[in-house]
Design a protein around this ligand. Sequence first.
Ligand code: GLN
Length: 193
Amino acid sequence: MRVGILALQGAFAEHAAVLEKLGAEHFEIRQRKDLEAPFDGLILPGGESTVMKKLLHDLGLLEPLAEKIQEGLPVFGTCAGLILLAKEIEGGSPCFGVMDIAVKRNAYGRQLGSFYVRESFHGIGMVPMTFIRGPYIASAGKDVEVLAEVDGNIVAARQGNLLVTAFHPELSEDLSIHRYFLQIIERRACQNA
Ligand code: GLN
């Protein structure tokens, strides 16, 4: 199994460290030629979604990645990565626009822009959740499974092979959500075998 981590900007190194701990092969995606060798999963990290979207476009990565995602490549989007996958962005335009969710960016206001909670994650249990000027999912389509909520707002969800969290699991010691993502990749590999 090989997992690509979009490494244009933001918290990509932290995801690499988690995959390292889990013993999953990973590599950084910075330019088109990084997409030449096959890979089985993609992580879109947190950072600034507007900057990442521009860089994806300018570097010619948007189309080839969109194609792979459409073909069913498992993707884990955290925070800004969640925004990149959403079909609808309040006050903005979508990037990949593949996941049937509407998101509100910087959703917690200035005061509460960054905070930490422990909450329940469906199928895993209590997990630490670090929010940094994160979005939340204001609404989700019928094919979207809600995995976690904080104060009544959806903060983690899955639609087929797409997994998103509004918080940053890569900033905690808890490896369970990345493990969950690796299981999605493994399941797909079995289906394709
Ligand atoms: N506020 C950022 C955005 O809108 C997301 C923040 C993050 O990824 N920590 O892209």
